[in-house]
Structure formats: structure tokens, C-alpha cells
Design a protein around this ligand. Structure first.
Ligand SMILES: [Zn+2]
Length: 436
């Protein structure tokens, strides 16, 4: 998902919440920070090694910009992230890690070993963009602004990840926990979080804590996952001439009934409780105005922060599909019954951790330390998977300012972008422990 469009203007920098379409953002909230975490972050930031690391981030800025541009110019359409994955892997390798591999689904996984290695902390950004093959991804410059599809979402995250790794290495910082730097595939659309799903399903290493970089600015903290279920439904029948074969069951008529049954009941269902939404986004099929179609299909998207509400809406949808099938078959005058094919094309589970969770507190304390107003929000990001499994996870911004995510006019501006890298590292070091 990762539209970076919810903008909350504070002193500076700008906050963006990933995964929230313009005007449809879940309510964002201020978050209270406990003193213990304020102290922890300011102690960390005052450490001489961390100060050195921050200086390195500044020194690295021209290189970070080059990395950002060169990664953006490697297309990474949905399901075709390999070329970018290979480039990102070699950049991580050059920056210096202990082990590096591409996993079976195409994620880039780089391990920077900790001194005890008793815990594993993952920080990831996603490799894929929403743009199809053939999209012009050449970066254009307009004053200080970089323009290209994918420049913000999430190529900035990849560049920040690299810069963070380099700064850690240059300052020779050791962590207690192992840190995995990961470039994930399949975050967007029909990718259906397949990269992060695999990461949390693999058995090579357990993950104790997860930080996703997605979105820009530094104040936004996603600690609640908007779950979604998506279906492609197709009614299938023999099809025939509109006059000559009149009386055959008509797939379009069934589809129209299904949408009507569903939306009537869904409309009532979502009137109360946690925000729960539905949208039939695409319909199609048919060959001619004077032909009974042999196929009629739709694609629907349903979302909620609440797993129970999502399951409830899902049941309403599946009932409507069956009811419409029966209704259309019962009025046919001749021919075979229609059949229906229901295919789940998206399943992003919901879940959340409270604002009092140490990881959320650390992200909030870090954002505040760096001059932003921390705000918690619900969204659909790579955090959905760990949050659903009860594993602490936040999605935070990677710095700078951006707009036009998922559009050809996407842009990114290095307005205090360094703060995003500092932010990631402070949260990461708090989670992984600074080893002495
Ligand atoms: Zn994204």
C-alpha cells in the first residue's frame, strides 16, 4: 500500500503515514511518552559512538543520494523485483555485513551479528513499487526535488537502510542482538505482503522485533494494522445470443445481484463499531450488447483494524455471492446453471500493539528527541504480519518530504532527511541494545 499522503504539519519535519490513501486515513493520535523511554533515547543519543554515527550519516549524504537515485532507476514492478534485489544485495554486501542471501521468495536478507545474538531484530524496507514494466523511472530534478515513480515509496526506505548500515559500521557500533537488514518483495497490491509473510514463516531465525521503513518524515508510527481481504469472483455460464438464447442464466445479472445483496447488508454492518470498509473496485466480462455473457467478474477489497469485524464482513460477502448464484439460477428458463469461482487474491491480517509497548515508546521518544511530534496510526504495511502474530512491530518514516506516492508524479525532497536515518538507528539501537 504505502500511499504517503497523510500529512500532519508540525514544526518540522513533515509526517507521512504510509498505506493511508488521501482523505481516508485512520484516526491518528498523539502518544504519551513514558519518562523511562525519554531517558533511554537521550542516553543513547548522547553516547560518543552514537554521536560519531550521526556525523557519519551527514558525511554519507552525497552517497546516500546516489544510492537513492540508482536504486530508483532500477525498475521493480510487482512480482519483478529481482534486478533491484540483486543490486540492493550487492550494495549491502559492499557496506559490510556478516552474511547475505536472497531467500526463496526473493527477499534480500543481510545479517549484522550481535555480540550475544540472543535476540533478532529485523529492519526492512520494501523493494517493489506499484508501477508496471515499461514505466519511465529515470529520476528528474526540479530544484532540490527528486522526481520519479517510486522515489519515496519505498526506495527512500532502501536508501535509508543502506545509509544506516554504513553509519553503524563506520562508527564501529556493536549491538547485543543480531540485526537483519532486509529488502522485502511483494509489499504492494497483489504482492499481498508475500515477502514479509515468508520472513515470518521461515524457520532459520526467530524474529523478536521488527521495524519497517515505509513512508517519510519521522513522526508517524504505525502500531496498528489495517487488515484486508480481497476476492476476485467470476460467475460462469454457457453464454449465447441475447434473443435466440434468451432464458439462459446470465452471469452479469448474477453479479449485479451479488453486489446489491452485499452492499445493502455491508452498509448496515459498517454503520457502527471500528472503521470497516468495502469497495467493489473492478467489474468486467461480456463480449457484446446482444450476447449473454459467459463470464462476469468483480474484484472487491474489504478492510478493518478489527479481525472480528473483517471476518464478519467477509461472511456477508461470501453469503451474497452464493445467494446471487441461487437467485439467478432460479429464474433461468433453460440451459445449465451458472457456477461461481471465488478466488482470494489478498489477505492481510489485522492486529496491533498498544502505545505503551516498549517498541512504540522507543519510536515515539526518538521522534520527539529529533524534533517531531509522534503520532500513532493504523495502516496496511509490512507490520501487519508481525502485529497479527503478536510480535512487536512498528512502521516508521525514513525522513524527508514526499508526495504523489503511487503516481507518476511522485517526488521526494531531502528536507532533514538525515533525521529519518538517525530515527531508524535510535529505535534500532534501543531494541537491539548497544553493546560495550
Ligand atoms: Zn510502501
Amino acid at each position: 500500500m504505502s500511499l504517503l499522503q497523510k500529512v500532519v504539519r508540525v514544526a518540522a519535519p513533515v509526517l507521512f503515514f504510509p498505506g493511508i490513501a488521501n482523505g481516508q486515513q485512520a484516526p491518528a493520535g498523539r502518544i504519551g511518552i513514558q519518562k523511562e523511554y525519554v531517558n533511554e533515547i537521550s542516553r543513547l543519543a548522547g553516547d560518543p559512538l552514537v554521536k560519531k554515527m550521526f556525523t557519519e550519516i551527514t558525511r554519507l549524504e552525497p552517497e546516500t543520494r546516489r544510492d537513492h537515485i540508482s536504486l530508483t532507476e532500477i525498475p521493480a514492478p510487482p512480482f519483478k523485483e529481482t534486478e533491484r534485489a540483486k543490486a540492493f544485495a550487492s550494495m549491502l554486501g559492499a557496506a559490510g555485513v556478516d552474511t547475505l542471501w536472497l531467500d526463496p521468495v526473493g527477499n534480500v536478507v543481510a545479517l549484522r551479528r550481535g555480540t550475544s545474538g540472543k535476540r533478532n531484530v529485523v529492519v526492512d524496507a520494501h523493494l517493489d513499487t506499484v508501477f508496471p514494466e515499461g514505466t519511465d523511472v529515470k529520476v528528474k530534478f526540479s530544484g532540490d526535488t527528486l522526481k520519479a515513480p517510486g522515489i519515496g515509496d519505498d526506495t527512500r526506505g532502501l536508501a535509508a537502510l543502506l545509509a544506516g548500515l554504513k553509519a553503524l559500521n563506520r562508527a564501529a557500533i556493536k549491538t547485543d542482538a543480531n540485526v537483519y537488514f532486509v529488502g522485502t518483495v511483494g509489499e504492494e497490491g497483489l504482492g499481498d505482503l508475500r515477502g514479509i509473510k515468508h520472513l515470518f514463516a521461515q524457520k532459520t531465525f526467530p524474529i523478536h522485533s521488527h521495524i519497517a521503513l515505509d513512508g517519510v518524515g519521522i513522526g508517524g508510527i504505525v502500531n496498528s494494522a489495517v487488515g484486508s481481504i480481497r476476492y476476485r469472483v467470476a460467475y460462469l455460464g454457457p453464454g449465447g445470443h441475447s434473443y435466440g438464447a434468451f432464458g439462459l442464466a446470465n452471469p452479469h445479472h448474477a453479479l449485479a445481484k451479488a453486489i446489491a445483496y452485499f452492499t445493502d447488508e455491508a452498509n448496515e454492518f459498517v454503520k457502527s463499531g471500528v472503521k470497516t470498509t468495502y469497495n467493489v473496485g473492478m467489474i468486467g466480462g461480456g463480449t457484446s450488447v446482444n450476447a449473454i455473457p459467459f463470464e462476469s467478474w468483480l474484484e472487491v477489497d474489504m478492510r478493518s483494524e478489527s479481525p472480528e469485524r473483517l471476518a464478519g464482513l467477509d461472511a456477508i460477502f461470501r453469503n451474497a455471492v452464493e445467494k446471487a448464484l441461487k437467485a439467478e439460477n432460479s429464474v433461468k428458463r433453460m440451459g445449465e446453471d451458472l457456477t461461481v469461482k471465488l478466488e482470494k487474491v489478498g489477505d492481510r491480517p489485522s492486529g496491533s500493539i498498544p502505545g505503551t509497548n516498549p517498541l512504540v515508546q522507543r519510536a515515539a521518544a526518538s521522534a520527539a528527541h529529533l524534533g517531531a511530534v509522534p503520532m500513532v496510526a493504523a495502516s496496511s504495511t509490512n507490520s501487519n504480519i508481525p502485529l497479527n502474530q503478536g510480535i512487536p512491530s512498528v512502521t516508521i518514516g525514513s525522513g524527508g518530504k514526499a508526495g504523489g506516492a503511487h503516481s507518476l508524479d511522485e517526488w521526494w525532497l531531502n528536507e532533514n532527511g538525515e533525521a529519518g536515518i538517525q530515527h531508524m538507528l535510535l529505535v534500532l539501537l534501543a531494541e537491539a541494545g548497544l553493546a560495550k
